[in-house]
Design a protein around this ligand. Structure first.
Ligand SMILES: O=C1O[C@H]([C@@H](O)CO)C(O)=C1O
Length: 547
């Protein structure tokens, strides 16, 4: 076991992610931030210094469960106080499982501003991956806007709401091409520009592992490698039973590993593409080149890039999602066969005082000034609404049409889960504000992985829909999508003391209230670092023993 120590500084820099200059949030002057590579069991220690002049900052370690270190989860107002300009926060945690992870800002919409990077955990010394490969590449996917994040945030809470619209560009490892056209030759693939793609240089007849992670603010993506099949072997840091596909769907907050064989004509290069699905696209595909080393890396592939499947083929997306199974010959846990507790969350788009919001069971999340972890641990009154939020919604709610009354409330209550209980969450999608509209939402849980027990169309029917669950080998994930007008059921064990966000990973949707806070076993937590407490009602508790 090794402690890997990093000193990071967050600041804005001018950058050209898609060949157009724009301020981006950088770490140590880099965009995306530095890649962390570690081995399972290592301790990661990041001293994060906020060099921004007027904004707080935090970093969330996406997919890392923070077992025993809930204060290091990096969620402003939930696990810690935002780090003030000039201050440093010590993030220290164990990366317990090998896999493909990433990190990103979790305060306001700083992820959209470019605050992200990769976190790759290799198997521990002496351990082997359950598949073989000769080399690997890391592709961190994101989307990018020319409108500043401040402008976006203001628009989202304006009356009437000004939607952020579709991204200007898609980025692979922070590199994209704004509005370029292959036909017109306006894309820059070979230069030294900040926007020029990283070419994947490969040898013929080898197997490569591609690590894919999506930290998009909005876009759901379909990724393909021209002429090459992909074998999916890992999802969200958990091994899956291998399956072969021509292309892969990846939603914001997810990560995958796929294996490709370089068994094609080695005198050619091939396109790797990522295109928008799940929303009507208005953004050029992100492209990079798979370069067989016998050819010049700058030689553009002779054939066209893969065509992104139709954006609204939800049956095809669901069929991909349902192929995911926990690897049979692995020690990954299987789900308990029954639950103690079931929470149904109705996902709706709403109005609140003229603003547009997203709500769960009619409550739109508004984060409190004092982070939950500290206020709950010190049993402070007045930090948030002590009334538990609703665990269900009216049985006669018609999910197929806009609500008769679209108004919601705003709240900050917590779902307190009995420690060690098995919890089911039924995510029920519904019609949004306008008729015949229901959107894709990737839900991400902090502090846990969950088993995805099943997906269905229409309304979840207690006692009937449950019959279709996969209890044998459901995939363990930290992010799962709900499809339009459908439901998704997740099961997890509430065994990690802390206060945890559970939310739509579309960043503007979270900003509009699309999340809840779960908590368990908070009474077991001792010694929260003072740096996590220095704001709101917990400021005066710094250094004081827990009750
Ligand atoms: O939250 C959203 O708002 C817009 C639209 O519903 C209103 O403009 C959109 O597509 C979202 O996902």
């Amino acid at each position: 076991v090794k402690t890997r120590y990093f000193k990071w500084e967050v600041e804005y820099v001018f950058w050209e992610p898609d060949c157009i200059e724009h301020p981006v949030m950088a770490i140590n002057g880099q965009f995306p931030g530095p890649t962390i590579r570690a081995k399972a069991g290592d301790i990661i220690h990041v001293d994060l210094t906020n060099k921004l002049s007027t904004e707080g900052v935090v970093i969330h370690w996406h997919g890392i469960r923070q077992i025993g270190t809930p204060w290091a989860d990096g969620t402003a107002s939930i696990s810690q106080c935002a780090i003030n300009p000039g201050e440093t926060f010590p993030y220290q945690f164990v990366v317990d499982k090998p896999g493909t992870y990433f990190y990103h800002g979790h305060f306001g919409m700083q992820r959209s501003a470019g605050l992200y990077g990769s976190l790759i955990v290799e198997v521990a010394d002496g351990e082997k991956e359950p598949f073989h490969y000769n080399g690997e590449f890391n592709l961190l996917l994101s989307d990018w806007w020319h409108k500043s994040v401040h402008d976006q945030e203001l628009g989202l809470s304006a009356v009437p709401m000004r939607w952020i619209n579709e991204p200007s560009s898609l980025l692979i490892n922070g590199r994209g091409q704004y509005n370029c056209s292959l036909a017109a030759g306006t894309c820059k693939f070979t230069g030294r520009e900040q926007c020029a793609p990283r070419v994947l240089r490969v040898l013929p007849n080898k197997t490569y592992r591609l690590r894919l992670a999506s930290t998009t603010a909005l876009a759901s993506l379909n990724v393909a490698v021209a002429n090459h099949k992909m074998v999916v072997v890992e999802a969200d840091g958990n091994y899956v039973e291998p399956f072969e596909v021509d292309d892969l769907y990846i939603y914001s907050g997810e990560s995958y590993s796929v294996l490709i064989k370089t068994d094609q004509d080695p005198t050619k290069n091939y396109w790797i593409s990522a295109g928008v699905i799940g929303r009507k696209p208005n953004t050029t595909q992100a492209l990079t080149i798979l370069n067989y080393q016998s050819v010049h890396g700058g030689k553009l592939p002779a054939s066209q890039p893969p065509v992104t499947p139709s954006w609204d083929d939800y049956a095809r997306m669901r069929s991909f999602a349902e192929k995911l199974r926990t690897l049979s010959r692995s020690y990954l846990p299987r789900p308990p066969l029954s639950h103690h507790h079931r929470i149904a969350l109705l996902n709706t788009q709403n109005k609140y005082g003229g603003q547009t919001k997203w709500a769960l069971n009619n409550v739109s999340l508004s984060l409190p000034a004092t982070p939950y972890l500290g206020s709950m641990s010190y049993k402070l009154k007045g930090a948030f609404d002590p009334t538990p939020p609703p665990e269900s919604f009216p049985g006669d709610y018609d999910i197929m049409v806009p609500a008769a009354n679209s108004n919601c409330t705003v709240g900050n209550g917590v779902y307190v889960l009995p420690f060690n209980s098995t919890v089911d969450i039924i995510l029920q999608n519904a019609n949004a504000l306008s008729a015949n509209t229901s959107e894709v939402h990737p839900w991400h849980i902090h502090g846990h992985d969950f088993w995805v027990l099943g997906y269905g169309d229409g309304k979840f029917v207690e006692g009937v829909s449950d019959k279709k669950f996969n209890l044998k080998d459901p995939p363990l994930k930290n992010t799962a999508v709900i499809f339009p007008f459908g439901w998704t059921v997740l099961r997890f064990v509430a065994d990690n003391p802390g206060a945890w966000a559970f939310h739509c990973h579309i960043e503007p949707h979270l900003h509009m209230g699309m999340g809840v806070v779960l908590a368990e076993g908070v009474e077991r937590i001792r010694r929260i670092p003072g740096q996590a407490l220095g704001c709101g009602l917990t400021a005066k508790m710094v250094g004081k023993p827990h009750p």
